[in-house]
Write a protein that binds this ligand. Structure first.
Ligand SMILES: *[C@@H]1O[C@H](CO)[C@@H](O)[C@H](O)[C@H]1NC(C)=O
Ligand SMILES: *[C@@H]1O[C@H](CO)[C@@H](O)[C@H](O)[C@H]1NC(C)=O
Ligand SMILES: *[C@@H]1O[C@H](CO)[C@@H](O)[C@H](O)[C@H]1NC(C)=O
Ligand SMILES: *[C@@H]1O[C@H](CO)[C@@H](O)[C@H](O)[C@H]1NC(C)=O
Length: 205
């Protein structure tokens, strides 16, 4: 009986110790519950410390650099994939764009404005802003990274709660590139755009 109690006490303490935050990754703090290692954080909230850079892994095996973490809001911002020079292909096109593992506690927040680039006509059916004054035109004309997408159909939309919160979908024959802005305000000049994809996580209980 005493041994059993001792055992419970020790394993109980063990899980408290396991719940400690992970050590820094480069200059980046890794706040709980995010976990870069099996012996710290909460393993369900796995992220990666690659070469002193914090990264988020998608369901299709693409690593996205983490730009910002806001623990009190349970949110983090990842860097949108690069668009290959002189093309209109996002680096994650092969995996179908951004795809989150639905069994993990992360989803795409409702604060993201997505620009889809080099789209085919069939995309027009969906509730997107593909007009000639869509902000995606400014991205193509004024931002070097978007130059390769000029003179193709592009659209933008707010990724709100009616959208799939685990995907930003790309496909050859649909749209082949995208970028994303966090907390975009209409009329905000392109020089002030805040590039990123905001994810949120379900708090551990
Ligand atoms: C790691 O980062 C250093 C410094 O930024 C860089 O020189 C090196 O190529 C990187 N290594 C890998 C494997 O990315
Ligand atoms: C499309 O977006 C532009 C830029 O934000 C806006 O001025 C325009 O009113 C939007 N058009 C539609 C049909 O929502
Ligand atoms: C746009 O997408 C089509 C396929 O949907 C592809 O053939 C074409 O090369 C792409 N354009 C650019 C500039 O990447
Ligand atoms: C995304 O996750 C948050 C936190 O768990 C949750 O409150 C929200 O409803 C989720 N959004 C969608 C669209 O499922």
């Amino acid at each position: 009986m005493v041994i059993l109690l001792l055992f419970l006490l020790i394993t109980g303490l063990g899980s408290v110790i396991n719940a400690s935050p992970c050590s820094n990754c480069g200059d980046f703090e890794v706040p709980y519950p995010l976990s870069t290692n099996d012996d710290c954080g909460d393993k369900r909230y796995k992220i990666y410390c690659n070469n002193d850079s914090l990264e988020f892994l998608s369901a299709t095996g693409t690593y996205y650099k983490i730009l910002k973490i806001d623990t009190s809001a349970n949110k983090l911002v990842i860097k949108p994939p690069n668009i290959f020079k002189h093309t209109c292909y996002s680096s994650d096109l092969i995996g179908g764009g951004l795809v989150l593992d639905e069994s993990l506690p992360f989803n795409i927040s409702t604060l993201n404005t997505v620009m889809l680039l080099n789209c085919s006509d069939n995309i027009l059916q969906s509730p997107l802003n593909c007009s000639s004054n869509s902000i995606c035109r400014q991205f193509e004309e004024k931002v070097e990274e978007g130059n390769g997408c000029m003179n193709t159909l592009c659209c933008h939309y707010l990724k709100d709660s009616v959208m799939n919160s685990h995907k930003i979908r790309l496909r050859v024959g649909s749209c082949t590139a995208y970028t994303c802005l966090v907390d975009f305000k209409p009329d905000e000049p392109f020089k002030k755009w805040n590039y990123g994809i905001e994810l949120q996580w379900k708090p551990p209980n």
